[in-house]
Design a protein. Structure first.
Lengths: 119, 119
């Protein structure tokens, strides 16, 4: 589904974006300091608005079906520095300053800590 | 749906991964040289196997519903250098050497060339 451009509280403009049939858009989270990809999670319209208004990442948890402020429990919040979107307007790339030990619930800095061994 | 670990032609092992209800897994493509995120696209089981076997990225095009070797027409192929997967085993991060002008069909190096202005 396409959401047309509109302004949110605080004055930021959300451009025309394409959400999937569940109303979600994937957001790649990247460390603004070293460009490491930390995680990927999903936003809906409300959580993207909240991310812009609060200046920290907020997602929609598909498994728990609820709004999720990243780091609300652990303290490992992500301060939003830049938000980009792709040519198809169906994926976000958010550059953040990661607070605390890291982004992953396993204690790793990045969720991408395992490798497929290419033969 | 969960696919258990198995070996592909050439000897690489694909670990247990979670594909969505359409049999797809998102793949973030990152430039191995400067860590720039170039694009995101989707793979199914067959296109991931092909990616490992051929050493260049192959996707599943959701809009055209067909197998898609990146750069087959433009020549802007992506040579696979490293494949990582996340803590939930439902997202891939693929580091590539991008051949040619870039990853985006618009002529930009990255598909993420537009910014949401944070107020």
């Amino acid at each position: 589904m396409v959401e047309y451009a509109y302004f949110v509280k605080g004055g930021a403009m959300i451009p025309e974006l394409k959400y999937d049939t569940n109303g979600l858009i994937p957001a790649i989270i990247q460390d603004v300091n070293n460009n490491e990809v930390l995680m990927m999670a999903y936003m809906n319209k409300a959580s993207l608005e909240k991310t812009l208004e609060a200046g920290k990442t907020c997602f929609w948890s598909r498994s728990r079906q609820k709004f999720w402020i990243k780091g609300e429990t652990s303290g490992n919040i992500q301060l939003v520095k830049e938000i980009l979107y792709d040519c198809d307007a169906d994926t976000l790339l958010i550059k953040v300053q990661q607070v605390g030990a890291g982004a992953c619930h396993t204690g790793n800095r990045t969720c991408f800590y395992r490798k497929i061994e290419v033969a």
